[in-house]
Design a binder for this molecule. Sequence first.
Ligand code: ZN
Ligand code: ZN
Ligand code: FE
Length: 761
Amino acid sequence: MNKITKELRVYGIVQGVGFRPTVDRHAHTAGITGTVCNKGPYVEVMVQGTEEGVTKFVDLLNHEPPRRAAILKIDEKDVEDAPEYDAFTIIESKRISGEIFISPDIAICEDCQRELYDPKDRRYLHPFINCTSCGPRLTILDELPYDRERTSMKRFPMCPTCAHEYHDPASRRYDAQPVCCNECGPEVFILDTDMKGREAITYARKMLIEGKIVAIKGIGGFHLACDATNNEAVQLLRRRKHRPVKPFALMMRNQARLEKECMVTDEWDVILGHQKPIVLLPKKEGSSVAEAVAPGNPKIGVMLPYAPLQCLLFDYDDGLKTPEILVMTSANISGAPIVHNDEEARSQILNLTDCIMTHNRDIRIRCDDTVMDFYHHEPYMIRRSRGYAPLPYILTGDYQGRVLAVGGELKNTFCLGINNLMYPSSYIGDLSDLRTVDALKETISRFEELLEMTPDIIACDAHPNYQSNRVAHEYGLPVVEIQHHYAHIVSCMAENDCHDQVIGVSFDGTGYGLDETIWGGEFLICDEEDFTRAGHISRFLQIGGDCASKEGWRIAVSMIYGLYRDEEKTLEIVNRLQLCEEKAAKVIMKQYERKINSVTSTSAGRLFDAVSAILRIRKASTYESEASTMLQFEAQKYHEDLEYKESLVKDHVLRTDKIFKQLLTLKLQEGDSSKLAYLFHKMLAEGIVEMCHILREDTSLNTVALSGGVFQNTLLLELCETKLKEDKFDVLIHHLVPPNDGGIALGQAVVAMNRYMKGEY
Ligand code: ZN
Ligand code: ZN
Ligand code: FE
């Protein structure tokens, strides 16, 4: 029979996940011969056999990859004049340079979890148990290739037994870089005390039982934990953190507990999977989660333990019974990056906590928990970080160049682009705090080292006062400034591997517009190189500078005055809706007339805040998007559908002033807030779709991309997407890249890459 030979290059997370043994197994099943070799950037497999055998092997590889591997692509090439292979063999690594994939951190696997609680196992209750399929990766890495010498496990030499497992291809720990045991692994201790090991763990557990606040070092940083069923403990944490109502994330003991507390439908795969993000789930009636965890919020953010030390908080052999639900919120001072070493813990969170449980395995790169919502049974990312970063996106097409995109100002992430591979970073945070700016610079240089790249060009937001813009200019390299809402749309295109021109609907908070007004409710005709602004929502005057984004009532008063331009009428409405004191309203009207402390705006986010205020849902926000989120929840309480047929677009302006006026009138007639909140979503969606029709007429484009922070609102998303599809549009939405500012770096990187290839810089 005729034999054929193929060379396969397998790209993706193929290092340190038991890849080569799996390939070996599949080769035997398929009855083929050849070799497998880890080249660093990819795994090279030479396969020789009958055409049938080779096809079977490729199928097996595609459909039954090693459990923790993420295969991004397989390149196949026929090989002529290949030598004859007698068997299938693993060849030792010869590293070459090229595309690089770094594994994200992997949550503890079922096998390790079983061993952790097996009294006969040598890793019984070992807080750092891991194996080839699980454990920290990105967060302990110094440089590539990924082996122990280049991780923060370097200082823990393996004991002979661990070393044996590490070198034995038949072991579950073959080639597992962080492998260790109770003999040779890192150690847990209570910071600045003599308590360590068992004593430390029991002490922390006791504190949790007593309703105290405990800081715990995890995989990508510290958490602050307390008993989430104890309202007083949660309130104590709120007072200390100066965080009045913003929801806290929870960690639950196990699947059974989670099922008791939350409604789970399609989310199990993700909840139980190896990334273990925080998943937003509806709280069940009668849940024992304290009201203070997420006041007024029908959903709670929940995850299962993903580090062995976290498992030990819930189950240990000290006879104590700890709470089954813990608050697990990132340990930081509001605005600052997540605390990731003892020194930061001492200087920043000591006074927030009753004890700090830490350990001596260093965290090299901070990595916050990922936060995920669900939309139409699919993940819909809110914050892409641990477990996902830094997996790249592969763009189809010929991209050449090296780009650093520094991202936006809030929820900052950055993105490195190397040819057609785009690597979004882990979550950095809000750059209003200078410590976060430092964290951004530090993480950029770590990623540049890991990916062995120096950029040709830097991309940043066009806002001249953004810290990220300043950071971009510090490199002394060419800088491309990219309009904020355009970057949102390109990030949505890139995630969907779309390279054609689209109608972009960018509904967002605020971003710097090219005409120096504030943009945020935008219709853009975009491709990867450039865009034009084809429409927007009604302009209004945003008064009050920085306060405007926190205090929706200010926008509401300005909008009401803008509608009537009548002081008396405005005051009457303000009083009836109890928006603010008369004095405050008068100040706003004066500023309106004199254009003081005010800026023209088309921000959709601020429109939501204003509507939330006039419907008496939230007058102001204590955290970003509080008012608009509560408006969405109120709308979701209304379960009937409303017809809305009036035209809302004139001269490429979506007349949100008309929408606002109608809602105002109905509210003043004692309209029901839930119904009006729903009506607002409905009208806005109808207006968006109407505008898309007009733009389709204008341009004959048929694809619409929906992005921007406002599209975190899944009600608005659903109303828009459903109607657009009914009307035969192709609709692009986000999945694993956040629609909010955490996603824009990807869009920036793609645009900069295109400009660079055109030779503009
Ligand atoms: Zn494991
Ligand atoms: Zn050991
Ligand atoms: Fe934005």
